[in-house]
Design a protein around this ligand. Structure first.
Ligand SMILES: CC(C)(COP(=O)(O)OP(=O)(O)OC[C@H]1O[C@@H](n2cnc3c(N)ncnc32)[C@H](O)[C@@H]1OP(=O)(O)O)[C@@H](O)C(=O)NCCC(=O)NCCS
Length: 182
């Protein structure tokens, strides 16, 4: 797989992954809990969307909106008093879209133990102009073997997302053509 250093449709120079990699950290309090007393998944998802938005904005050099969020995995519960670190980077770029990979780590706020991974997510952001229309982004330039693996895996997810969307559109068109209403 060739990773291009310019967006073929815009001639914008590429940007390295490290230029926009970002971490957001937050201590969980009683305001963040669900009825079971552990941290609400939606609180973590908000942090994930926030940090991914910061990465997308930094990489694309302007506004970017969440187009989709998939594969949000919660591996361990997060508790009050946990210091949560949400780390994000651009995994892959298309013409106007970017896949942002996010890792969620937690450690006790007052203990010097290594953080534990508690979740991960992949989001697609689209860079938009002042009218909310998609605009071209710089190609991401992976720098390490891990970045290159993430780029290749993101490409696979992209292929599956597009295929799923196309299959659903076709199904709907076929049902409409047969006169089926729902
Ligand atoms: C995302 C959005 C800008 C896409 O606009 P659009 O007119 O459909 O434009 P396109 O079809 O050209 O899509 C733009 C890019 O986003 C990608 N994209 C669009 N919808 C997507 C989805 N559901 N999943 C993954 N990628 C998606 C396209 O593949 C395309 O990528 P590329 O340019 O790299 O090839 C538009 O749907 C939008 O504004 N959505 C609302 C976003 C928002 O408000 N988010 C916050 C929610 S509160």
């Amino acid at each position: 797989m060739t990773i291009q250093d310019r967006n073929p449709e815009s001639d914008i120079p590429g940007k390295p992954t490290s230029a926009s990699r970002t971490t957001l950290s937050h201590i969980m309090t009683n305001n963040d809990t669900n009825l079971l007393g552990t941290v609400h998944g939606g609180v973590i998802m908000k942090l994930v969307d926030d940090v991914a938005g910061a990465v997308a904005g930094r990489h694309s050099g302007g506004p970017a909106v969440t187009a989709s969020m998939d594969e949000m995995a919660f591996l361990e519960p997060v508790r009050v008093g946990d210091l949560v670190h949400v780390k994000a980077q651009v995994n892959w770029t298309g013409r106007s879209s970017m896949e942002i990979g996010v890792r969620v780590l937690a450690e006790r706020w007052n203990e010097a133990a290594p953080p534990v991974q508690v979740g991960s997510a992949y989001l697609v952001f689209a860079a938009v102009d002042g009218d909310g229309k998609p605009r071209a982004v710089p190609q991401v330039m992976p720098e390490t073997e891990q970045d290159r693996r993430r780029y290749q895996e993101a490409q696979i997810r992209r292929t599956h997302r597009l295929a799923r969307r196309r299959a659903i559109m076709e199904l709907r068109q076929n049902r409409a053509a047969e006169g089926i209403e729902d």
